[in-house]
Design a protein around this ligand. Structure first.
Ligand code: C5P
Length: 398
């Protein structure tokens, strides 16, 4: 992860629950992402993990006590929340949620939360029955109406040996949700369909023709669209990438399958982004059995052309806003604009193939009717966010 939280000051509240041990890892991830982290613990939390752990990881002394003598004016709750860009409470116990829902302030953390002038995010963590209890559900509904953002909880194995809802999200998931929270919701309510990765065109049961593509750029576009508030479906060829949170993923293999899955959904979309490196050709028919080496005779594989998924979506009677990708080894502007015309799409993102494939960083230039917009070279997620911002602006003026 790069320094995505540079310049952000986060107050991390830790309440009493066994998931408190995961808050240590969360602290490390937030610091690694560039945030300054001020940890505030409830008395209960200190029974599970000691403040020393958080002090070492955050590089700041931890506050646990409302009457802490270190704060000269005895206003720790005001001082601590005044500096914060946001307050994140993880784990958030049932008791903490209940207190905040009712405006109670009987310790440093709840007093600080009541006195805040910044967003509050909470990652609930509790036993399944405590989560399902109508009182907790009432409190959660109240908190949502009050504008508190709840991250999770997840479902799965619990420390008590049970299985169900109430498990705290993993630290990585909390950071991903927090980063999403910070992005502008410029595609709220929109439906976005994305293709990513290579396609694999079978020759026989064990061989095939494919393209070099890690899928990273397409996955970054899916994540950025989701962060912007869109309902995202990601259709991908064989890749080894984790699915971005909140994205619906459909795995496919060959171009024909990708074409069918996309065409079945395209008309209902607001935006279609073709990032996949689709194979231009496929073997006419895949052999049922593994091809054997025949003495002397060189095998010939008859190829047929694959459909152009992007061009077919753009040719629909009422097409979604279509975005293409063009990777060229030279003459980027000329080739990209020609491709845009040929496929009849409003926007194409082009890059020069120069750094090889599969990296986390890229260079992109956007080509549309108005001309070209070079994006700052950088991590693929940053480029994807810029691309999504550009798409949202063009959609607005359509
Ligand atoms: O024609 P070319 O492959 O260079 O165009 C690249 C763009 O077209 C990408 O957005 C890619 O996802 C899309 N494409 C497609 N179906 C194909 C070939 C390319 O959707 N068969």
């Amino acid at each position: 992860m790069h320094m995505e939280l540079q310049g952000k000051h986060i107050v991390l509240g830790v309440t009493g629950g066994i998931a408190a041990y995961k808050a240590a890892e969360l602290t490390r991830l937030l610091v690694k992402a560039g945030a300054t982290v001020q940890v505030v613990m409830t008395a209960g939390a200190t029974h599970f993990v000691t403040p020393v752990t958080f002090q070492a990881l955050s590089g700041r002394t931890v506050f646990t006590d409302q009457w802490d003598g270190r704060v000269a004016n005895n206003m720790a709750h005001i001082d601590l929340s005044r500096e914060a860009d946001l307050i994140l409470v993880a784990p958030a116990s049932a008791d903490f949620l209940a207190k905040v829902a009712h405006g109670l302030a009987d310790d440093l953390l709840t007093t600080m939360v009541l006195a805040r002038d910044c967003p509050l995010l909470a990652a609930p963590a509790m036993n399944r029955q405590m989560w399902e209890n109508p009182a907790t559900q009432r409190n959660v509904a109240t908190l949502t109406v009050d504008g508190v953002t709840l991250l999770g909880p997840g479902c799965g194995e619990q420390a008590c040996g049970e299985n169900g809802d109430g498990r705290m999200l993993e630290p990585e998931e909390i950071v991903e949700d927090l980063l999403a929270f910070l992005q502008p919701k410029c595609l709220a309510g929109k439906k976005v369909l994305i293709t990513a990765g290579p396609t694999f065109e079978a020759i026989d049961p064990v061989r095939g023709i494919t393209n070099l593509s890690s899928g990273k750029m397409g996955f970054a576009v899916a994540r950025a669209a989701r962060e912007a508030g869109a309902d995202v479906t990601l259709v991908c060829g064989p890749v080894a990438q984790p699915t971005p949170r909140g994205v619906t993923r459909i795995d496919v293999r060959g171009a024909l399958e990708m074409h069918a899955v996309v065409m079945a959904r395209a008309a209902a979309q607001d935006v279609f982004v073709g990032v996949a490196a689709v194979a231009d050709y496929r073997p006419q028919a895949a052999a049922e059995h593994k091809l054997k080496k025949d003495d002397g005779a060189l095998p010939a594989i008859a190829l047929v052309e694959n459909p152009d998924i992007l061009a077919d979506v753009a040719a629909l009677p009422n097409p979604p806003f279509c975005v293409g990708f063009a990777a060229e080894s030279r003459n980027l502007a000329e080739y990209a604009q020609k491709k845009r015309d040929r496929k009849k799409i409003p926007l194409i993102a082009g890059n020069l193939i120069q750094h090889g494939f599969g990296g986390d960083e890229n260079t992109l230039t956007l080509f549309d009717e108005a001309g070209q917009t070079p994006l700052h070279p950088g991590p693929k997620i940053e480029l994807a966010r810029s691309l999504i911002g550009h798409v949202a602006r063009l959609l607005e003026h359509r």
